[in-house]
Design a protein around this ligand. Structure first.
Ligand code: PMT
Length: 209
């Protein structure tokens, strides 16, 4: 099977030296790509800027912004049997990208932001028969409720609820703990473990091993 995975943060430029981003290290997405490869499937990894080494035997496509990630994901999506969006894609980007470095000025600075494309929601609208569409939901509160809402709203087959309120899991940690929720009402808890083992369990459940 051809399995497409997105990983890492995106960077939304303010000027040539500044950007808006988040704390995603890419570890969860890279672990998923390795688990896919190790299960004998073709892994295509679309990654925002991270410091991780490229995984062996995985096709790696590097992107920077949410717009670049949307373009790369949509280009590959048609051929994919499974799509897993583990990337922490920015929801907003600056309306204006300054050509030159912005100079300090007296008083406050107000940045106007506009919405980026919701890649997963776009994929949910064009999902092909038999394609499995999987999202992550990084939440600090009402984790299961908000994740279930994303599952329905984005027309997903599975959502992986990631409680990111604790310091031992989620963003930029070695370990993770998640709850997998399917559109058919299955709920699978994966307790705290290293991200590779969590990734292996996720792939096994998605593909019914
Ligand atoms: O990278 P690590 O440091 O290992 O951390 C892992 C992680 C916490 C980043 C990862 O496990 C995780 O939870 N990823 C999703 C983070 C996120 O952006 O969640 P969200 O609830 O904001 O988005 C919901 C889903 O929509 C996600 O699948 C996201 O990829 C997708 N999305 C979001 C915004 C957008 N513009 N387009 C999208 O496709």
């Amino acid at each position: 099977m051809k399995i497409l995975i997105s990983a890492g943060p995106t960077r939304e430029k303010i000027d040539p030296v500044r950007f808006l981003s988040n704390r995603s290290s890419g570890k969860m997405g890279y672990a998923l790509a390795e688990a896919v490869r190790d299960a004998g499937h073709e892994a295509i990894l679309i990654s925002g800027p991270v410091t991780l080494p490229p995984p062996a035997m995985v096709e790696l496509i590097k992107v920077e912004s949410a717009a670049e990630m949307a373009q790369a994901v949509k280009q590959q999506a048609r051929e994919a049997d499974v799509i897993i969006m583990a990337a922490a894609v920015a929801d907003y980007r600056p309306v204006k990208v300054h050509t030159n470095k912005m100079k300090k000025q007296a008083g406050n600075l107000i940045l106007e932001l506009e919405r980026t494309e919701d890649i997963l929601a776009s994929l949910g609208k064009i999902k092909t028969d038999g394609q499995l569409l999987v999202g992550f939901a990084a939440e600090t509160n009402n984790v299961i409720e908000y994740a279930t809402d994303k599952l329905k709203r984005k027309n997903l087959d599975w959502i992986i609820a990631n409680d990111v309120s604790a310091s031992d899991r989620g963003f930029a940690t070695e370990n993770n703990a998640v709850t997998m929720i399917s559109a058919t009402g299955r709920i699978i808890e994966l307790p705290l473990d290293n991200k590779y083992n969590i990734a292996r369990s996720i792939i096994a459940h998605l593909l019914n091993y």
